[in-house]
Ligand binder design. Structure first.
Ligand SMILES: [Zn+2]
Length: 337
């Protein structure tokens, strides 16, 4: 059990406050959460030095745990259990249509005290979207996550593929939403090996000394690595800090209305009219569930119909083959959807 109080930092872009934190039952040797940093998202601050030169939020030895692309019905609960054992708080960047398919998991993430943030509606690469299409992806993601959560998400956003076109950055600035890039990449999507994930993170942290770490809670390699990695972080003298928003995300009524209709209709509505055709665009094509080898099947833009409960999966990251095994990482990552 551990309780700490630290003084905070303040800057023009953000206000960082530290609060004491009383923990419940933690595993022996748990790393805990040393402090919370309250981020004022007014004006859309950009964090994470891989892409942005903004103010340093973290003190030497501090790390922020972030998990993208979920929820995943099997792996997100595993990640949550490990974080709970270690009393470590994290930020989850959820894909809107996945959140609506697994709203119980979204609420569980929040119930356990983690920050719920957004990662577009369908994990689209926004550089491949028009400005209007990019705004729709962002806003449907926000409204979809809020609907699943039953309350405001954090106004924190991460670009899929860290792909940040200027028009989307301007949109987020106008929406007073912080953009979170990264400092350390676990590269968990490139490997099935937890050992490799741990080596990737610890190696980069040794060089940088602190940082926002990117994981994916849809990746078995991260689920397998996280417990040992948190122990290694503690042994290495690192401290987990938790980013929380100063204010909740405000949704837009038009997009709230759109997520009030069946999922497949939302997907069709999010595509600019000039791009619509008798056949859905590539991101609306889908592989038949349970058949990884099945050919991709183009589906016609659908008429409204009952909610299928399980959403279509977001576009995968990129086709990287595991260096060690030659396996397609996506097979294991998405098995069981
Ligand atoms: Zn992602």
């Amino acid at each position: 059990m551990r309780s700490s109080t630290y003084l905070g930092l303040a800057s023009a872009a953000m206000l960082a406050l530290s609060v004491g934190h009383a923990f419940g039952q933690c595993a022996p040797g748990a790393i805990g959460t040393s402090r919370h940093i309250q981020v004022d998202t007014t004006g859309g601050p950009k964090l994470g030095h891989l892409q942005y030169p903004g103010p340093e939020l973290l003190r030497p030895g501090e790390v922020v745990l972030t998990f993208d692309d979920g929820p995943h019905k099997q792996l997100t609960p595993v990640v949550l259990d490990i974080l709970a054992q270690h009393c470590a708080k994290a930020t989850f960047f959820l894909v809107g249509q996945r959140a609506m398919g697994y709203s119980d998991l979204v609420r569980e993430v929040a119930r356990q005290g983690h920050t719920v943030a957004t990662h577009t509606w369908s994990h689209a690469n926004l550089k491949q979207k028009s400005p209007d299409g990019a705004a729709a992806e962002i806003e449907l993601g926000i409204s979809g996550v809020q609907k699943a959560l039953g309350g405001p998400a954090a106004p924190f956003f991460r670009f899929p593929y860290l792909s940040d076109p200027q028009y989307a950055v301007a949109h987020l600035k106008q929406r007073n939403t912080a953009i979170l890039s990264i400092d350390v990449d676990s590269y968990d999507f490139r490997t099935r090996s937890p050992t490799v994930v741990i080596r990737n993170v610890m190696g980069q942290l040794k060089a940088k000394g602190r940082g926002i770490i990117l994981f994916h809670d849809i990746q078995p390699s991260t689920a397998g690595a996280l417990g040992a990695l948190l122990s290694d972080l503690k042994a290495g003298g690192y401290r987990v800090v938790h980013l929380v928003p100063r204010q909740g995300q405000v949704t837009l009524a038009d997009y709230d209305r759109r997520v009030g209709v069946p999922l497949r209709s939302i997907a069709a509505a999010s595509v600019p009219v000039r791009q619509r055709s008798a056949v859905a665009p590539a991101w609306e094509q889908r592989v038949i569930p349970g058949s990884p080898q099945a050919p991709r099947v183009a589906v016609a833009v659908p008429a409204p119909q009952p909610d299928p409960q399980v959403p279509s999966r977001p576009a995968p990251e990129r086709p990287v083959r595991d260096k060690d095994t030659g396996d397609d990482w996506r097979r294991s990552a998405f098995r069981g959807w």
